[in-house]
Ligand binder design. Structure first.
Ligand code: IDP
Length: 143
């Protein structure tokens, strides 16, 4: 059975451009329950660890610099089929390829500065939720 949770980050560009409220509204309107949420600034080391799987990619230094350039909002989202449904809501990595009405189409500035993150599998969601939240904050609630 598909998992019930996913992890999102509203990235520094979207926070700076004051899109937190609009993005959280879209997330709730799409049927996700926000079960944990916080605003914080990642260090370079935090960003390197979070995106460890991309460390050999040419864009890795740019990604780490961007993700540690300002505050982000991290949240755990609950819904049936959370990972797949949330990837649909955010759209393709490159906003030029994202469908109309998706969060990245509306708020991303570029492929590198693409407004929002969504876990790409249930295993990633599990790892990423623990990256940001303590066991007390990780209380399972029904979506
Ligand atoms: P995803 O976030 O849609 O799952 P990934 O391929 O996992 O996309 O890449 C992680 C993040 O790395 C992207 O969200 C984007 O911020 C950045 N990124 C991916 N590809 C490029 C690129 O070609 N140039 C610059 N940044 C990129």
């Amino acid at each position: 059975m598909a998992g019930l949770k996913t992890l999102t980050m509203i990235k520094p560009g979207a926070v700076k451009n004051r899109h937190i409220g609009a993005i959280l509204n879209m997330i709730e309107e799409a049927g996700f329950r926000i079960s944990a949420i916080k605003s914080l600034k990642l260090s370079k080391e935090d960003a390197e660890n979070f995106y460890e799987e991309h460390k050999e990619r040419p864009f890795f230094p740019e990604l780490v610099d961007f993700m540690s350039s300002g505050p982000i909002v991290a949240a755990i989202l609950l819904k049936e089929n959370a990972v797949e449904d949330f990837r649909k809501l955010i759209g393709s990595t490159d906003p030029a390829e994202a469908e109309e009405g998706t969060i990245r189409k509306l708020f991303a500035e570029s492929k590198a500065h693409n407004a929002i993150h969504g876990s790409d599998s249930d295993a990633s969601a599990e790892r990423e939720c623990h990256f940001f939240f303590s066991s007390k904050e990780l209380l399972e609630r029904h979506p």
